[in-house]
Design a protein around this ligand. Structure first.
Ligand code: PMP
Ligand code: GLN
Length: 410
């Protein structure tokens, strides 16, 4: 295979491993982030209706994005991002946020260019960068001890400044709300990043796929990076219908940016998928049009907040000390109480992988080891070694079953 594959982890993504392990051991899967909640009827009906069409919704649609969908996306975001987005030039739809990230990076990162990532990072970021020949440069999000809230994880703007090599550093990527931490960044934090982006002329990818899941006790609402003064012209905002409507299998996402930036991303996109699945773009448009008036987002975030609180209580009660997330659908838990000898495996250097495999096989509950979101050299560091990520985008029965299993094993 091509040399570039040598930059990727040969064992594949952590999500495939742990979903496979959960199935094999009949464990409750709180690993991979996919909802098990019933999808609201206005969303499933939108898909059914689109599929009933006999033509043309079963054919290729516009390569840059199905027209009804880009119009709905523009209507949804224009207020939030503080300017009217031209649906035909400032939005592109993609195969999930994953392709949005991949095509955006392919479009802007030259071989040897550096891209700043905050560690922990979502796992597809460094892969997309190295596949483009770029170099991921890590700066840290670090927890206070103990981190009771995701807000207790912080970055140091001076570390970001030191990581920038003028002329080489092309881009910085931020994820807000953050996977796996659940942090929602304060305006002052985003403003620090914006100032650096301006000073060093960086592009910013703002992965905001969990934007509709910010809880009412968060110290800050979600502030869209592209709405900050001067940032519209350098920000690529990424979104995903999988997170917005709890339908990760639909694999529809989008980028919002300037016409010039969107055109460059489209140059790549036209030769990756060419266009995105038409009936589900139509269905997404219809669902988004309805959701803007039927209070779906309010009800959805309230439901997730009660599931979050349930999982948080359950992890506390079994001694897996959780960090309360402000957004997203994951909780980080401290696994220090799991005895190291119980999870012994001389072939695995990463403690959190040992512990998470052990919890899956022996306790019957599958989390995700957090070092999967760290660069190889940082994977045995003190912070990820003690952490496991548990998903709460799961029905209450599933969370109860997981709680019982953890309690009876503990
Ligand atoms: N970014 C983040 C932070 C994510 O958590 C995910 C999904 N887990 C993605 C991007 C990818 O989204 P999609 O499924 O729409 O490709
Ligand atoms: N984004 C999901 C998560 O963080 C997983 C996506 C995937 O399996 N690639 O759990």
């Amino acid at each position: 295979s091509a040399d570039r594959l040598s930059t990727l982890d040969p064992s594949g993504t952590v999500f495939a491993e742990f979903t496979g392990l959960a199935i094999e051991h009949n464990a409750v899967n709180l690993g991979q982030g996919f909802p098990t909640l019933p999808v609201p009827e206005f969303i499933t009906n939108a898909a059914i209706e689109a599929c009933k069409d006999i033509n043309p919704l079963h054919q290729y649609t516009r390569s840059e994005g199905h027209v009804r969908l880009v119009k709905a996306v523009s209507a949804f975001y224009s207020d939030k991002i503080g300017r009217t987005l031209d649906p035909l030039t400032e939005i592109i739809t993609t195969v999930g946020a994953t392709e949005a990230l991949y095509s955006a990076i392919q479009a802007f990162v030259n071989p040897g260019d550096q891209v700043i990532l905050m560690q922990p990072f979502y796992d597809s970021y460094p892969a997309a960068i190295t596949l483009a020949g770029g170099v991921p440069v890590m700066v840290s999000l670090t927890p206070s001890k103990p981190a009771l809230s995701s807000a207790d994880w912080r970055f140091d703007i001076n570390e970001i400044r030191r990581a920038i090599v003028p002329g080489k550093t092309k881009m910085i990527m931020i994820n807000n709300p953050h996977n796996p931490i659940g942090k929602v960044f304060e305006r002052s934090e985003l403003a620090q990043i914006a100032a650096v982006a301006e000073e060093f002329d960086l592009l910013v990818i703002a992965d905001e796929v969990y934007e509709t899941l910010v809880y009412d006790d968060s110290s800050t609402p979600l502030i869209k990076f592209g709405s900050l003064p001067g940032m519209a012209e350098r920000t690529i905002t990424v979104g995903s219908v999988g997170k917005m409507f709890g339908v990760t299998g639909w694999k529809i996402g989008w980028c919002l940016s300037t016409p010039e930036i969107i055109r460059s991303i489209w140059m790549v996109h036209q030769y990756v998928p060419f266009s995105v699945v038409t009936p589900l773009q139509e269905a997404t448009a219809v669902a988004l049009e309805k959701a803007m008036t039927n209070d779906y987002f309010e009800r959805n975030v309230a439901e997730y907040q009660s599931l979050r609180n349930k999982l948080h209580g359950m992890l506390s009660s079994v001694g897996l000390t959780p960090t309360m997330p402000q957004g997203g659908y994951f909780i980080l838990a401290d696994t220090t109480s799991v005895p190291d000898d119980a999870a012994a495996d001389p072939t695995e250097r990463r403690r959190d992988f040992r512990v998470c495999r052990y919890l899956t096989k022996e306790a019957g509950v599958a989390p995700i080891p957090v070092s999967a979101f760290y660069a190889p050299e940082a994977q045995t560091g003190e912070v990820p070694a003690q952490l496991a990520r548990f998903a709460f985008c799961k029905n209450a029965d599933m969370l109860d079953r997981a709680g019982e299993k953890l309690a009876s094993y503990g």
